[in-house]
Design a protein around this ligand. Sequence first.
Ligand code: F6P
Length: 355
Amino acid sequence: MKKIGLLTSGGDCQGLNAALRGIAKSLYNRMGRNIELYGIQDGYRGLMEGICRRMDADDFSGILTLGGTVLGTSRQPFKQMRTENDDKVKKMKSNYKKWGLDCLIILGGNGTHKTANLLWEEGLNIITLPKTIDNDLWGTDMSFGFQSAVENAAHVIDCIHTTATSHSRVFIVEIMGHKVGWLTLYAGIAGGADVILMPEMPYNIESVAESLRKRNQQGKRFSILAVAEGAISIDESGLSKKQFKAERVKMPYPSISYRLADEIEKMTEQETRVTVPGHFQRGGSPCPYDRVLATRFGAAAAKLVVEENYGNMVSLQNDRIVAVPLQEVAGKLKTVPLDSEIILTAQDTGISFGN
Ligand code: F6P
């Protein structure tokens, strides 16, 4: 008999329920009655506060297409150094032991993986699945949630096209992605954006304005910029983390896009609007790709449980599912490589990166 805890942590995304279902179905298939599943409520918070419930096969039925997470989630609990968090670690370890778990399967992104690795180093049996719309997890080509978010963000850009052309306007669509530009790059290409700004390539406002002026001179009635929420200008790229924060705090706007819109209007005399789809991007039903990927990851995690192969994240590499040690994943960010084929494709098709 094995008792397995399930936990979803960090920002939600599409495919979490599909992954939970994949884990459960595979475990029941492989181990029959010799498995007991426990759902931990609201991520690490539930693990610390001891909130968990026994789940059975029916709990995983009918959730393949459901967005969000049936377990609930919360942001990861470690903002300070580890020594200051020993109490939290102690609580998590003690609940794991109290419930008699043989393994904890954790579905999460970057922050979640730091904590997962910490718990693994503290002696708990941990297996993880990579989820995030940002696609910034090291060690996997793809995390589930990403493709669904690309679909949602591209849909927003599609809709903006019609209103932008009717009014002859410049539109900025601000896209999530935290500190990386994967989501903006893919949604921008899929949505036919004219300019893509992302953190990996600090932008020069002069170049951005110039590309918009050029489109205007060519008789184009509109321009669309896909701007990553983490985009930075070349002036900001030289600042220390502290200086950068201080600069951004001074801004009278909720995000970079509004400053950019002001600058563009002044420099090009083209009417400019901002659209921020925000959390819409990670809401709703997972796209078929994510349903399949999450199911593959779920089944792979179940196999690791049976093999007692702990301390790993299941991952996708060259379209094969493999296990990557947690130490290799924790604390690393997967940014967009500037020499990648996808960047070159964007440049070849006339997209400006404003640099
Ligand atoms: O990591 C997923 C993500 O949606 C990022 O793209 C975004 O920066 C962040 O989460 C938003 O966080 P919250 O849901 O806490 O507002």
